[in-house]
Design a binder for this molecule. Structure first.
Ligand code: THU
Length: 136
């Protein structure tokens, strides 16, 4: 389980990363901060495309950066997202494709922090957000 300080650090990083979102089509900006077993944090933002389907979610950007650099064990991810550049008003749960990517690399107790700001956040396990997930 992450402690309060670890959670706050991930929230600050995800909020900061959200500023890098490339979302000219939806204007829905998402930031993510992914914590590895070794304590390293990989960031991600959503990256849209005029052909739409190449769009990559913030969570997958963070995972693919991490995995491509050799990281394999993960403790938690913080996700924050919403329309425009203002502070989000609602939680931004991960899409089904991102949940499947989490299932590939994370154990059922992997923590998913949905954050609006440092005071308003919710913590779930992967097992709660992706029950009965497909694994080989
Ligand atoms: N998006 C994310 O980055 N993560 C999510 O969990 C949900 C959706 C992005 C994809 C797209 O750029 C925009 O939000 C609207 O769907």
């Amino acid at each position: 389980m992450l402690d309060g300080k670890e959670i706050q650090e991930l929230i600050i990083t995800a909020l900061e990363q959200r500023k890098n979102a490339y979302a000219p089509y939806s204007d829905f900006r998402v930031g993510a901060a992914l914590l590895t077993d070794s304590g390293k944090v990989y960031t991600g933002c959503n990256i849209e495309n005029s052909a739409y389907t190449p769009t990559n979610c913030a969570e997958r950007t963070a995972f693919f950066k991490a995995v491509s650099e050799g990281a394999r064990g993960f403790r938690a991810i913080c996700i924050t997202g919403g329309p425009g550049k203002k502070e989000p008003e609602e939680f931004c749960p991960p899409c089904g494709v991102c949940r499947q990517v989490m299932l590939e690399f994370c154990s059922p107790d992997f923590e998913i922090i949905l954050a609006i700001n440092g005071e308003r956040y919710q913590v779930y396990t992967l097992d709660e957000l992706a029950p009965m997930g497909f694994r080989l």
